[in-house]
Design a protein around this ligand. Structure first.
Ligand code: MG
Length: 238
């Protein structure tokens, strides 16, 4: 799990270094796919439920599950990239919303609050705590900042499968759900909208967009619960 987590993080850092105005999300998809071949690991999303690409690339008002395409990125855009792979039979899953060039202050705040809400969720993933401690920590952080949490998609257990039990909603009261125990591995992934919390799925059957056209951000880590607390697996020391 540590290896899979490190490799997904390495790919997202590679993509981060490529993102700028004029680049297309399909080019980023190719970079991720090529790197998987080099490492002889398998991209986790390609073919999953029929998803046709290596990365999910969701710009601006797209929340998650966007298709990479040939539209050049524009200064001031944001691009959410979600990427998973399988290494030695174990999955890693990781997402970051990147700014394209310089973004406006409101957008930067959305990125900051969403990233911080993930950290709040990770900090709440304590051995002998409860699953919805994570949910509550994320929701409080987001709503205190005046944004809304997407409810249609949730985090999940992860290990030998991409999506395992339990589901991890990004909302709810603390102190419920299964107890958290050392050895559990979870994908915690808040999706945060500037405006209304709802979701529309486009005709491609995958792309989830906001109902009001306002922007959305998504950050995700694969996290192991240890006796000493949560350990983020999908982060490189840098
Ligand atoms: Mg996930």
């Amino acid at each position: 799990m540590r290896r899979a987590g490190r490799l997904v993080a390495e790919v997202l850092m590679m993509l981060r270094d490529k993102i700028k105005p004029g680049v297309t999300s399909l080019e980023l998809d190719t970079i991720a796919d090529t790197q998987c071949r080099k490492w002889k690991v398998k991209p986790a999303f390609k073919g999953y439920g029929g998803f046709p690409f290596t990365i999910c690339a969701s710009p601006n008002e797209q929340i998650v599950h966007g298709f990479p395409n040939t539209t050049p990125l524009v200064e001031g855009d944001i691009l959410s990239i979600d990427f998973g792979l399988i290494s030695e039979g174990f999955y890693g899953d990781h997402a970051i919303t990147f700014p394209v060039g310089k973004v406006d202050d409101d957008t930067q705040r959305l990125l900051d609050v969403t990233r911080q809400s993930l950290q709040q969720g990770v900090d709440a993933a304590q051995p002998d705590g409860y699953l919805t401690d994570i949910s509550h920590a994320v929701q409080s952080w987001v709503e205190n900042a005046g944004f809304s949490v997407v409810r249609e998609f949730v985090g999940h257990g992860i290990g030998r499968q991409l999506h395992e039990d339990p589901q991890i909603p990004n909302f709810g009261s603390p102190g419920a759900g299964p107890r958290l125990r050392p050895g559990m591995t979870l994908a915690i992934e808040p999706m945060v909208n500037v405006g209304k919390p709802g979701v529309i799925i486009l005709d491609d059957g995958w792309t989830a967009v906001t109902v009001d056209g306002q922007r959305s951000a998504h950050f995700e880590h694969t996290v192991a619960i240890t006796e000493n607390g949560p350990e983020v697996l999908s982060r490189i020391d840098w």
